[in-house]
Design a protein around this ligand. Structure first.
Ligand code: PMT
Length: 232
């Protein structure tokens, strides 16, 4: 089933979890992987929405798809929920922070003792939340979910665990410990695993080429689902 019949939501970039007005917890995601997927989806004719954390403006200056900016993981979840429709493909290339400060100070935290303890609490898991919504609502059963797994050790074990726990149709294992792969570079090394047990290795290549291969797999998955589009 071609992607042009589907709405595609792509997420990309980091989130920021603010400690005080001038400091935050984040990670080095540049948004380039997400942008490459959004561009490819739009080129294939799908209605594409790119929901992104703080990334360089230049990356999306000429975007031919809709862009929605967010800062925190909770905002990312809210934005994804707002865009979700019955026949959506959701591709989560973003790197949302798993934890957020228990308290955000309204004023700059002052330098006092030699140590500073910050208490963090778990953020919601976006993919798990959407998977639960699919379970609870029959009209959302057609949503096709693709996750990423950014791993540094026991990479296949953790990726397959996330595929199952988050009830995904596909997961893109990103071995971020390898040179020229993962965060803040133009290339990537990915292994795709599907719900059906398939495995496809994508050696070092541009993020644009990786995006095309990922969307080829999504189209195969949609054809296999064989479901007719749900219309109201
Ligand atoms: O942006 P770039 O510089 O191009 O780098 C690309 C990338 C390395 C960020 C990207 O390829 C990538 O691997 N993205 C996933 C990063 C990540 O958060 O991985 P994770 O293994 O911690 O999370 C697993 C999956 O759950 C991901 O799809 C993630 O988006 C999602 N997630 C994570 C946390 C959370 N609270 N909710 C989620 O849904």
């Amino acid at each position: 089933m071609p992607l042009k019949d589907r709405k595609v939501i792509v997420t990309g970039g980091p989130t920021r979890e603010w400690l005080d007005p001038v400091r935050f917890i984040s990670n080095p995601s540049s948004g380039r992987m997400g942008v490459a997927i959004a561009e490819e989806a739009a080129n294939r004719g799908s209605e594409t929405v790119f929901i992104h954390g703080p990334i360089s403006r230049e990356l999306i200056d000429r975007a031919e798809y809709r862009c929605v900016g967010i800062q925190t993981t909770v905002e990312l979840l809210d934005a994804v929920k707002k865009e979700l429709t019955q026949n959506t493909v959701l591709i989560m290339a973003a790197a949302p922070a798993d934890y957020t400060p228990v308290q955000k100070s309204d004023v700059k935290i002052k330098k006092t003792g030699d140590e500073l303890t910050i208490h963090l609490k778990k953020n919601p898991d976006i993919l798990k939340t959407i998977a639960a919504m699919k379970q609870a609502n029959f009209s959302l059963k057609n949503i096709f979910m693709v996750g990423f797994a950014a791993e540094t050790n026991d990479i296949e074990k953790y990726a397959l665990g996330k595929l199952k726990e988050k009830d995904l149709d596909m997961i893109c294992l990103n071995d971020v410990g390898q040179k020229d792969a993962g965060f803040s570079v133009d290339t990537n090394i990915i292994t795709i695993f599907t719900r059906q047990g398939e495995k496809m290795e994508l050696p070092l290549q541009s993020k644009q080429d990786v995006a095309a291969r990922i969307l080829d797999c999504v189209e195969t998955g949609l054809t296999r689902m064989g479901t007719t589009l749900i219309t109201e």
